[in-house]
Write a protein that binds this ligand. Structure first.
Ligand SMILES: *Cc1c(COP(=O)(O)O)cnc(C)c1O
Length: 377
């Protein structure tokens, strides 16, 4: 039996045709053609003025922090429950990461916890649209306006998600996306930074090209900066995927609906939450189980692996990782951020690859139901 993959893309002839065209023709005077088309289409899709194609989402967060002038002495708040890429660039610019708790339903940054972690040194916050869900943006933005804090929205997992009719990625000073092979829209490796602020857009263009003015051909560098660019082949792949975005998202929603139906009668096990007036795009279908099941996430992962099913643990709280063992704010975070610690213990991502069909989901759910039934009482 073939292993059931946890994540992976959906590539069609369209993607192959676009990449073939890019590698054949996107040179000389056409070298930037696919970047321009991809960036323009992406900005339009998200509903923002500017988009910059980059080699990764990590580089998009790094550039956002650098463009906002964040550096040593500044604190940046980030939710505990996320991939380390949301937080690592805070250290790249010499600032201090501060870990806040998540909301028990959305699994995104909790407004109350966010506000409680604000200090006079807090300059920015990086809310994460976790697994395709969105946080309470009205509450978060009321807090950032009151305290004059910049927002970098990490929408890496949430292309197409919405909050009150607006697309994820459009709620911050900048929004960032990942096109890693595991994400809903992929370019193999890649990312995008979007913004409505022209000053930030111009600053990002200079910072990502070794401190040159956009379009410079004279090798005249104004500052020491970075080299963060995407190739034409990646941009072509991204454009083809973006032209199929409705189809990609429909598959994610369908996959979630299959799981929801199959697991509806499994008491004490809940799936991703979609608050009223929001759209969750379910990048990763995720389950959380309650205390009636005496089962740890590592035990469950092991059992599923034994049944040829690839799953992932819910993110470990950042403050629990060896990488942040000696971080200034981690000690207090371990005591205060109880929701992240509680959920992370009893939660995993289920197979959510774009190659899955109904039979695969049915099989996964059968295995899951048998495991859970044998771990009660
Ligand atoms: C995947 C991911 C990133 C990093 O994306 P890269 O393109 O690999 O740099 C950042 N944040 C979140 C929440 C992610 O899931």
């Amino acid at each position: 039996m073939k292993r059931i993959p946890v994540a992976g893309p959906w590539i069609t002839q369209k993607e192959i045709d676009y990449v073939t065209d890019a590698v054949t023709n996107a040179w000389y005077e056409n070298a930037n053609l696919y970047h321009q088309r991809f960036e323009k289409a992406f900005a339009e899709y998200i509903g923002v003025r500017f988009a910059v194609a980059l080699p990764s989402c990590t580089s998009a967060i790094h550039l956002s922090l650098a463009a906002l002038g964040i550096g040593p002495g500044d604190e940046v708040i980030v939710p505990e429950a996320t991939w380390i890429a949301s937080a690592a660039p805070i250290s790249y610019v010499g600032a201090t990461p501060v870990f806040a708790d998540i909301d028990p339903l959305t699994w995104c940054l909790s407004p109350e916890s966010f506000e409680a972690w604000i200090s006079p040194r807090t300059k920015a916050v990086i809310p994460v649209d976790l697994y395709g869900g969105v946080p309470d943006w009205d509450a978060l933005r009321a807090i950032t306006s009151k305290h004059r804090i910049f927002i970098i929205e990490d929408a890496a997992e949430a292309i197409g998600s919405e909050y009150r009719g607006r697309k994820a990625g459009s709620f911050g000073d900048t929004g960032v996306f990942s096109f890693h092979g595991s994400k809903t829209l992929t370019t193999g490796e890649g990312g995008m930074l979007v913004t409505d602020r022209e000053d930030l857009y111009r600053r990002v263009l200079q910072l990502r090209d070794h401190g040159r003015a956009p379009g410079d051909t004279l090798f005249w560098n104004y500052e020491v900066a970075y080299k963060y660019k995407m190739s034409s082949m990646q941009a072509a792949l991204g454009l083809a995927q973006l032209e199929r975005i409705d189809e990609l998202l429909a598959h994610k929603l369908q996959t979630f609906a299959w799981y929801q139906r199959e697991l509806a009668n499994l008491e004490g096990v809940s799936l991703n939450y979609q608050p009223p007036d929001t759209k969750n795009t379910y990048w990763m279908v995720t389950i959380v189980w309650d205390e009636r099941y005496r089962l740890s996430k590592t035990e469950l992962l092991e059992l599923l692996r034994g049944a040829n099913i690839d799953c992932r643990p819910f993110f470990f709280p950042l403050s629990s990782l060896p990488a942040y063992e000696n971080a200034e704010a981690a000690l207090l975070a371990r005591q205060r951020n109880t929701v992240s610690y509680r959920i992370s213990e009893r939660s995993i991502n289920l197979p959510s690859a774009l190659s899955l069909d109904e039979n695969a989901v049915h099989y996964v759910c059968d295995v899951l139901k048998n495991i859970f039934r044998s771990y009660t009482g």
